[in-house]
Design a protein around this ligand. Structure first.
Ligand code: FES
Ligand code: FES
Length: 169
């Protein structure tokens, strides 16, 4: 049977990227197996664990459920793109490290991307009218946001602390 290839173009970690994909290819597979970006982790492959979280146009998605063809024209950010061009860690990564929120690390890139998505969400949608400030999420809102990201090691407290620190400091 002939499998049709689809030509897609998207911005990946700030770089224009073009390739041909099959209609059924997931973004997770394309990132890891075609583009060699192994920081995005394959966990359940069913949208349950969040290990595969990346940002599409700044919002977190499970890349195991996201078809690569749908990335056409979008901006995709993976954990490899979170670090700044000068080599500095993103504040999200720094906060995870400083709060001791990393143990085995399998969930960490997904957690970092989900937390970055929360920062984006608040910066874009929760601006206090008439100011440049934005409202901060409560601890319960942070917990709810991260519900789709599972961690078998940390008990979550330090991960939530890491996210909360970003909004409180
Ligand atoms: S691997 Fe995608 S949600 Fe688990
Ligand atoms: S640090 Fe091991 S799964 Fe989260």
């Amino acid at each position: 049977m002939k499998h049709t290839q689809h030509h897609i173009q998207f911005k990946l970690n700030g770089n224009n990227t073009e390739l041909a994909v099959h209609a059924s290819d997931t973004l997770l597979t394309v990132l890891r197996d075609r583009l060699e970006l192994k920081g995005t982790k394959p966990g359940c492959h069913e949208g349950e664990c969040g290990a595969c979280t990346v940002l599409i146009d700044g919002a977190p998605v499970n890349s195991c459920l996201y078809l690569a063809v749908n990335a056409n024209g979008k901006e995709v950010t993976t954990i490899e793109g979170l670090q700044h061009a000068d080599g500095k860690l993103d504040p999200v990564q720094e906060s995870l490290v400083n709060n001791g929120a990393v143990q085995c690390g399998f969930c960490t890139s997904g957690m970092a991307m989900a937390i970055k998505g929360l920062v984006n969400e608040y910066e874009h949608k929760h601006q206090v009218p008439g100011t440049r400030k934005f409202e901060n999420p409560s601890r319960d809102e942070i917990k709810k946001w991260l519900e789709g990201n599972l961690c078998r090691c940390t008990g979550y407290v330090k991960i939530i602390d890491a996210a909360e620190t970003l909004f409180r400091d």
